[in-house]
Ligand binder design. Structure first.
Ligand code: IMP
Length: 433
């Protein structure tokens, strides 16, 4: 029983990279199981900031093997770029420790063009995607016409598949969307080179993970995005096209459920969202601005992948309870508690209201969230900056109350609290559990 799963419990950007970084120190394998370069994980180590979109954040720990699982969609251009960025920083990204599942699907320039064209055609109903080609690549996978990473084993054949896919999608792009189509020949040439570079990294990752688990090694499944962006269980259609929830780790890595030890839900101390879709506790006032930061502060709420300002609001416990149920959480890690410093009061949404009726849990699925109004409980805020705080007892009483209230409302222990962006700015809280 040594599989730990880290998932985002909100709309992504909860600070999962931070937690992965912490737990990777005690893990043998760190594996991503879903999504693609729509994710953006920031890891701060001393004065170096690592922004990773595809490679698991565990790569900064020398002893780990890092895996891009079969549930992912991979843009090889981005992966090659990340490898090239990490190499001069002294991080080993050789095929001995960075492995790619052959079952992962490949994002082509046509998928990226289609993502943009489809968003444009949706007009006011646009999803606000990251325009990284994620949806179209998963569409091709489900339609059983996608190109799998394993095809890179034969670069010539792979280039041919890319040429065919790009020219076929080109017809759709020009005829249906009136958009420009990427050039199929140059895509084929570029992808031939990517195949040459990446094919040594291909491996039977599902079997490697299973063997490691059987040997008692620790495997950390690193989630991307968040529960409310899950294709089936999120705020559909304002979701991503994969399964960022804990059960997605089994399918995305090709392993059974028997090895699970911990399912850790990462919860930002408040709520944020990029892209469109319902958000009951969203704030449009100066408190929302406080939570967002200015774009220059280290905590700022601007998307790691797209740079878009995040929508901000009060913590929503109704949605957190939903995430706890869906993921089977065993514990919570709270991030960015420091950002709440300086607010006179804090609010937590504990229930919803609709047509005079109160709901402790969402009555259906979260796609109908827009119909509900939040019911808040108010707590006292605190003034002091938490950046130097490392011990639970040193936190202001109001901050302790805030954390304990979340525990009480979710019936889950909070064992880790981050109070700043740097690796060491963490409170490990074991004593009360
Ligand atoms: P897509 O994944 O690019 O198709 O975007 C679908 C929705 O998911 C949009 O609202 C995106 O903003 C959101 N999204 C995708 N990846 C992330 C992420 O890593 N963090 C936050 N939001 C994301």
């Amino acid at each position: 029983m040594s599989l730990d799963i880290i998932v985002g419990t909100q709309w992504g950007d909860e600070g999962k990279g931070r937690l992965t970084d912490l737990l990777a120190a005690e893990s043998d394998i760190v594996a991503r199981f879903s999504g693609g370069d729509n994710a953006g994980h920031t890891v701060n180590v001393a004065d170096q900031v690592f922004k990773l979109h595809l490679i698991p954040s565990g790569i900064v720990h020398e002893h780990t093997t890092c895996i891009l699982g079969g549930g992912m969609v991979i843009n090889p251009a981005k992966l090659a770029e990340e490898i090239d960025q990490l190499t001069p920083l002294g991080i080993d990204v050789s095929p001995s420790r960075l492995l790619i599942s052959g079952a992962a699907h490949i994002i082509t320039p046509a998928h990226i063009a289609l993502d943009g064209a489809q968003e444009k055609s949706r007009g006011k109903a646009s999803i606000g995607t990251t325009k990284r080609g994620i949806g179209p690549a998963y569409t091709d996978k489900a339609a059983r016409r996608g190109i799998r990473a394993s095809s890179m084993r034969e670069p010539e054949r792979f280039a041919e598949l890319i040429r065919e896919q790009v020219s076929q999608a080109g017809v759709l792009l020009t005829k249906m969307y009136g958009s420009e189509a990427p050039d199929a020949d140059s895509a084929a040439v570029a992808y031939h080179a990517f195949a040459e570079k990446l094919r040594p990294h291909l491996a039977d990752t599902a079997s490697i993970i299973s063997t490691a688990l059987d040997q008692g090694k620790v495997v950390l499944a690193e989630g991307a995005q968040g529960t409310l962006l899950d294709l089936d269980h999120g705020t559909y259609p304002y979701v991503t096209s994969s399964h960022p929830i804990a059960p997605g780790a089994f399918v995305g890595l090709g392993i059974g459920a028997t090895h699970v030890r911990r399912v850790i839900g990462v919860v930002k101390a408040f709520q944020t969202r990029v892209g469109e879709g319902p958000f009951p506790t969203e704030l449009h006032d100066s408190i929302g601005e406080h939570l967002r930061g200015t774009g220059e502060q280290l905590w700022d709420e601007f998307g790691t992948t797209t740079g878009r300002p995040r929508r901000c609001g009060w913590l929503d416990i109704v949605l957190l309870r939903y995430a706890a149920r869906l993921n089977g959480l065993t514990e919570i890690a709270v991030t960015k508690l420091d950002v709440l410093s300086g607010l006179n009061f804090l609010k937590i949404c504990t229930a919803y209201q609709k047509d005079g009726q109160e709901y402790m849990d969402i009555p259906e699925d979260p796609s109908h969230l827009g119909d509900f109004n939040p019911i808040y409980e108010q707590l006292n805020g605190w003034e002091s900056n938490l950046w130097q705080t490392r011990d639970w007892e040193q936190l202001p009483n109001e901050a302790m109350d805030y954390v304990r209230r979340i525990e009480k409302l979710t019936y889950l222990p909070i064992k880790t609290i981050s109070v700043g962006p740097e690796r060491s700015q963490v409170i490990h809280r074991m004593e009360e559990h």
